[in-house]
Design a protein. Structure first.
Length: 287
């Protein structure tokens, strides 16, 4: 990360499938509006993180837990000059669903009814997951993770509404999204996309933002970063991944990837390589 006072580690433990971990201190770094395929569960240790969500901004302080459901657009930046230090878990939707099925009576797709709660005990559990994983104790990390998620689901869980496009605008937005996925490396212009769908550029722009919380170009950047992450997970070098997903070159990927993921593509890939061949008995230091 840029700046001697900022640091970040975004990684996976090889015995904790479906779970990403981010442990970081940010001061100047800002996350642009983006969304995740899975969940975000964050616990601030020092400072304040401002999390910008549709219709509100929440101030995450020590003792709070931030819970963001899949595909909910959000941004984040420091809420105090000294920035914030936090431990964040990124569990897959499948992992949360499995825990919900075993520990709750939720009948549909599980999610969280609140974005931020005062819950110091669970915030400590989230940090304990990181501590155990960094010490190589997968049994403890997995156990504490499941206890923390079960507690949050019992206290704040609810069934997420189905995302079924009902209006003509929502259907056009969904079709535009599919077309952008198909043409990730060479996307059409907004006007071309609207013409293909039999609508106007501004009507499509309004419908897309209403359905996905982002304009098409910003959504496309986030999707390119997601695809680049999958390629890096498979061992693809960053320069090749950049071109494969439609970025002009590696610096172009670096800029957007670092802003959204919180670490550079190179640092991300090194951690993925380490997870595939974990060294014996390595304990990671706590910055």
């Amino acid at each position: 990360m840029n700046g001697v006072e900022e640091w970040a580690r975004h990684w996976q433990h090889h015995e904790l499938p479906g779970l990403d971990l981010l442990h970081a201190r940010y001061i100047h770094h800002t996350f642009p509006r983006h969304a995740h395929e899975g969940f975000v569960l964050g616990a601030v240790r020092t400072g304040i993180e401002n999390v910008v969500l549709p219709g509100e901004t929440v101030r995450a302080r020590p003792g709070t837990v931030v819970m963001i459901n899949p595909e909910v657009p959000h941004a984040a930046h420091a809420g105090t000059p000294e920035g914030w230090t936090y431990a964040t878990l990124y569990p897959s939707a499948r992992l949360i669903a499995d825990i919900a099925a075993e520990t709750t009576s939720l009948a549909g797709t599980p999610g969280f009814a609140e974005t931020i709660v005062e819950d110091p005990d669970t915030a400590l559990l989230i940090r304990d997951v990181h501590r155990a994983a960094e010490q190589g104790n997968a049994l403890a990390a997995d156990t504490v993770f499941r206890v923390a998620v079960a507690r949050l689901l019992r206290r704040h869980g609810h069934d997420l509404p189905p995302r079924t496009p009902r209006s003509a605008g929502a259907r056009a937005a969904a079709t535009a999204r599919l077309l952008l996925i198909e043409r990730l490396a060479e996307p059409p212009s907004l006007e071309q996309l609207a013409t293909e769908l039999g609508t106007s550029p501004f009507a499509l722009l309004r419908a897309f933002k209403a359905e996905y919380g982002l304009p098409p170009h910003a959504w496309l950047t986030g999707e390119r970063v997601r695809r680049a992450r999958r390629l890096l997970d498979e061992g693809t070098p960053p320069a090749q991944a950049a071109l494969a997903v439609g970025f002009s070159d590696q610096p172009h990927l670096n800029r957007h990837f670092t802003r959204i993921v919180g670490v550079t593509p190179g640092a991300y890939r090194r951690e993925r390589n380490a997870a595939r061949t974990p060294p014996q008995g390595r304990a990671q230091p706590q910055p």
